[in-house]
Design a protein around this ligand. Structure first.
Ligand SMILES: NC(=O)C1=CN([C@@H]2O[C@H](COP(=O)(O)OP(=O)(O)OC[C@H]3O[C@@H](n4cnc5c(N)ncnc54)[C@H](OP(=O)(O)O)[C@@H]3O)[C@@H](O)[C@H]2O)C=CC1
Ligand SMILES: O=C(O)CCC(=O)C(=O)O
Length: 481
């Protein structure tokens, strides 16, 4: 056990507590670099955190919007002011390149500031009753104590886009970040604490999904659960929340199509696919993992894409020359490499995808393209979550659209085309929560709804003013003078 002073503790009821044990936070670019030691808690800490949140709820839910605005605004402003330093921490713990990590931190700051404004704008409806002499008033109330469970791939933005609307709407929060990336969530906890968040309103419990996560989801003091992560864990959480009759919001995987039509601008299409498939090491639920390419442009596109892919520099996230950082850990790397092996049996040709050794202990992999892939192949159907994309050749727009929609997922779908007719039809008929025209499938704004259809999402949308659908309960009041 480390000295207590060296451990980043959990924040429970306004106090920093050490947890049952601690774990090193390891840099995936260089595993000799330990980012810090973070508390590792189980069910007892979850009980304490939920109790603290319940105790804080009456006062926080009654606190006016000005208090909530000021807290969220202060946190957002400091995230923006310290984006380089916090971005560096993010790059060290997750492996995203420094520009991506600084950009994500700035996005988290903007999210807090956006929801500071939303705290002031939360509104209801006054309507006339169909019965004379009666007034109808629809208001939004906080849901109660919400459990937030977040993944490792956006370690500051996702905790921000769940925490900020939860607090803006007057809820109390227990956040459990991914065990691989507790550092950025800890920074959010530090900032909320520093800027006067009342004890118990926001609680941080770091620990494993199997222990802390399960305990949180099934805790009787929780009113709602918002989760981002794998489809398998999402299904478990949905089942538990169904049995316990609690509100649930799930953001899970994707197998996002990017259609490239013959009339696309070749350079725009190649850049959108390089970005969508490989940036952030492909570790985005919005990544373009199926590149669906019409026959006329296919060969020129593949040639240009392969050239662009081979030119991408894979390296240490902190190295200014790196364009693609490492994979997050050994388990994810092994999984990616096993999909590359599978693609050798499924696709006509595999380009790249090998493990790289840049002379330091880290989890480096070359980006991979699976050429001549079939949409029914496992590598075209299962979320890989690494720098790998299938290239699927199609005859025409109709086949491209049908192939794009032939997936169990429905998060993001893109098209590169010069045809307004095809772009409009794709926007209308794509079975996805988000559609991108001549843009990568990944990389979204912070002030508009985020989420998908089919197996990608369950429950109300996240982000923008739509976030209030999940973080509030609607009340309809009838009154007669
Ligand atoms: N859609 C997305 O944005 C993401 C998708 N994924 C997909 O998931 C795969 C595996 O990644 P992984 O990190 O294991 O994803 P998980 O779904 O296991 O983890 C996401 C979050 O859920 C927690 N968790 C895990 N099990 C439970 C449980 N039984 N009850 C409550 N919470 C739980 C995790 O904790 P802990 O990490 O501490 O175990 C983490 O905080 C990836 O390869 C990728 O395909 C992963 C991350 C994000
Ligand atoms: O593409 C983005 O900007 C967001 C992606 C995301 O939220 C995720 O991968 O979990």
């Amino acid at each position: 056990m480390k000295d207590m002073n060296d451990i980043h503790g959990n924040l429970i009821g306004g106090a920093w507590l050490p947890g049952d044990d601690c774990r090193p936070n390891v840099n995936p670019s260089d595993t000799r670099d330990i980012v810090g030691h973070y508390a590792w808690a189980g069910g007892a800490a979850v009980d304490q955190a939920v109790d603290a949140a319940r105790a804080a709820f009456p006062a926080w839910s009654a606190a006016g919007p000005q208090v909530r605005h000021d807290l969220l605004d202060a946190v957002g402003t400091e995230l923006l002011a310290r984006k380089d330093e916090i971005g560096r921490l993010l790059a060290r713990e997750e492996g995203k390149t420094l520009p991506e990590a600084v950009g994500e931190t700035a996005r988290a700051g903007q999210i807090f500031r956006f929801f500071a404004g939303e705290a002031l704008r939360l509104s209801g409806d006054a309507q006339q009753s169909v019965r004379p002499g009666i007034e109808v008033c629809v208001t939004r109330e906080p849901v109660g104590v919400v459990a937030l469970i977040t993944p490792w791939n956006f370690p500051v933005a996702i905790p921000a886009w769940k925490t900020a609307p939860a607090l803006a709407c007057g809820n109390c929060v227990v956040l459990k970040p991914a065990e691989l990336t507790p550092g950025c969530a800890h920074v959010i906890a530090q900032l909320l604490h520093k800027h006067g968040c009342p004890p118990g309103v926001f609680n941080l419990v770091m620990g494993s999904g199997a222990a802390a996560g399960e305990a949180l989801v099934s805790h009787p003091g929780i009113d709602a659960v918002s989760f981002t992560g794998s489809a398998a864990t999402g299904a478990r959480i949905a089942a538990a929340c169904g049995t316990l009759r609690r509100k649930v919001q799930l953001e899970m995987g994707g197998k996002n199509p990017m259609v490239v039509l013959d009339d696309a601008d070749l350079d725009t299409a190649v850049q959108a696919c390089l970005n969508g498939a490989f940036f952030s090491t492909g570790q985005r639920c919005t990544a373009s993992s199926r590149l669906i390419v019409q026959k006329g442009i296919h060969d020129a596109f593949v040639e240009s894409l392969c050239r662009g892919m081979r030119a991408l520099r894979v390296g240490d996230a902190l190295d200014a020359a790196s364009q693609i950082g490492p994979v997050v850990d050994q388990r994810q790397l092994d999984s990616n490499l096993s999909y590359v092996d599978l693609a050798r049996t499924e696709a006509a040709e595999v380009v790249g995808g090998e493990r790289l050794d840049p002379g330091k202990p880290g989890f480096y992999q070359a980006p991979a393209l699976f050429l001549g892939a079939a949409n029914k192949a496992r590598t075209s159907r299962e979320e890989i979550f690494g720098p790998c994309a299938s290239v699927i050749r199609v005859e025409d727009f109709d086949e491209a659209l049908a192939t794009a929609n032939d997936t169990e997922f429905g998060l993001s779908a893109g098209i590169c085309t010069g045809s307004l007719k095809h772009a409009s039809e794709f926007r209308r008929r794509a079975e996805a929560g988000m559609v991108m025209v001549n843009l990568p499938t990944a990389g979204v704004d912070y002030h508009v709804p985020f989420g998908g259809r089919k197996a990608s999402s369950l429950g109300p949308r996240e982000q923008g003013r739509y976030a209030a659908e999940f973080y509030t309960a609607v009340k309809t009041a009838y009154s007669q003078a």
